[in-house]
Design a protein around this ligand. Structure first.
Ligand SMILES: [Zn+2]
Ligand SMILES: [Zn+2]
Length: 134
């Protein structure tokens, strides 16, 4: 049994997995999330600050939901969240499309081409270089 202190209400609970938040706070947070969703639906141009104040949710929590892609800013919204890589404004998630694209490329690159390891010493390179026989 894994007993932890809830990050939100400081009560002790049996921890299972995910964020260190007790079941009753998870429930409360889900309720909040629904409220926020409804609020955003009714007020598509509300800023993070507006949503935070109207629903009594911290901006940090709102951003977490946006990062988790559970919330997103409307496409014509003037506000957004920063790409965690380049700081460009995005509507949801962690990275902008450009960075996502770059990351996928880098990833593919890494998979396709593992760092070449020097195995064969070069043969003769004139007089300038020599390899020592071990
Ligand atoms: Zn709690
Ligand atoms: Zn970016």
């Amino acid at each position: 049994m894994d007993v932890r202190t809830c990050k939100s209400c400081k009560r002790i609970f049996n921890y299972l997995s995910g964020p260190i938040i007790c079941p009753s706070c998870v429930e409360k947070l889900e309720e909040k999330f629904k409220e926020v969703k409804d609020y955003i639906r009714a007020n598509p141009h509300a800023s993070l600050q507006d949503v935070s104040e109207a629903n009594e949710v911290s901006v940090k929590q709102l951003k977490t939901w946006v990062r988790e892609e559970r919330l997103k800013f409307s496409d014509d919204s003037q506000v957004g969240i920063e790409c965690m890589n380049c700081g460009a404004m995005i509507k949801f998630g962690k990275y902008c499309d450009a960075c996502k694209g770059k990351m996928i490329n880098t990833l593919n690159h890494a998979v396709e081409q593992p760092q070449p390891v020097k195995v064969e010493p070069k043969k003769s390179d004139g007089n300038r270089m020599r390899f020592l026989d071990s």
